[in-house]
Design a protein around this ligand. Structure first.
Ligand code: ADP
Ligand code: MG
Length: 248
């Protein structure tokens, strides 16, 4: 007889709490993300979504609880930096170096994170730009690119180091509406390829189509979670219903 073993989670949070000063912004978060899962975090501004992402990526240390990401115990501040280079982050602000080309921006990340030679880094960077459909813009500077293209360069920069997990924090919030689609399409493609992703977004269309699971956060707790159709069509929690009635 073969035992059925559920895959070890890529991310596991248990009892995670975090305060800033006297304000407790996370109040005992329990959450596991499976390899290949696309988890979308929704919730009002200030509910703690970014703090969860920052703790999962080792940028912020929790006050209490355990956080395992890719087998690294992130609750141990001495070991949190081990996760760098294994996770990729994409933020609302693209944070590209203005005086470097698209290729230069991605190459620099590789030279820093992977200690690659310039030639190897440029080859890998071109492959990453190709993945986001920007191989033909490699020589362009950020000012010569649209917001959507700049964000795709930022995604290429994160992908180039071959992360196991990708985090997106409102990656499309700074974009003009007509540029959102090209970025969410790249994100959908990554999801199809089996990337483990945790995505904070206001794009409910993306959440409905792409999420395996939607988590609704309210004032530092997970108020409700479930499959997209469950959350969007049959939300159980009054706070979820209220939130969705404002954003949908
Ligand atoms: P969300 O991403 O859902 O909008 P955040 O995780 O950014 O929420 O923030 C949750 C709460 O924590 C907010 O009230 C915010 O002002 C506060 N907060 C976040 N980061 C810090 C920080 N570095 N210092 C002080 N307060 C913070
Ligand atoms: Mg946020």
């Amino acid at each position: 007889m073969t035992a059925i073993v559920s895959p070890k989670p890529a991310i596991a949070l248990s009892g995670v709490s975090k305060s800033f000063g006297s304000t407790q912004v996370l109040k005992g978060i329990d959450l596991a993300v499976s390899p290949g899962e696309v988890l979308v975090l929704i919730g009002a501004s200030g509910s703690g979504k970014s703090t969860v992402l920052r703790i999962m990526s080792g940028l912020e240390i929790a006050d209490a609880g355990e956080i395992w990401v890719n087998d690294v115990p992130l609750h141990d501040s001495r070991r949190a930096k081990e996760i760098r280079g294994h996770v990729g982050m994409v933020f609302q602000q693209f944070n590209l170096f203005p005086h470097k080309t698209a290729l230069g921006n991605v190459t620099l990340a590789l030279i820093k994170a992977r200690k690659m030679s310039k030639a190897d880094a440029e080859r890998t960077a071109m492959a990453a730009l190709n993945r986001v459909g920007l191989a033909d813009r490699a020589g362009h500077y950020p000012s010569q690119l649209s917001g959507g293209q700049q964000q795709r360069v930022a995604i290429a920069r994160a992908l180039a180091v071959e992360p196991k997990i990708m985090f997106f924090d409102e990656a499309t919030s700074a974009l003009d509406p007509e540029l959102v689609g090209e970025v969410t399409e790249v994100m959908r493609e990554l999801a199809r390829e089996g990337m483990t992703m945790v995505v904070v977004t206001h794009e409910m269309g993306f959440a409905r189509k792409t999420a395996d699971r939607v988590v609704f956060m309210d004032k530092g707790v997970i108020a409700e979670q479930g499959a997209p159709e469950q959350i969007f069509v049959h939300p159980q929690n009054a706070r979820t219903q209220q939130f969705l009635s404002r954003v949908l």
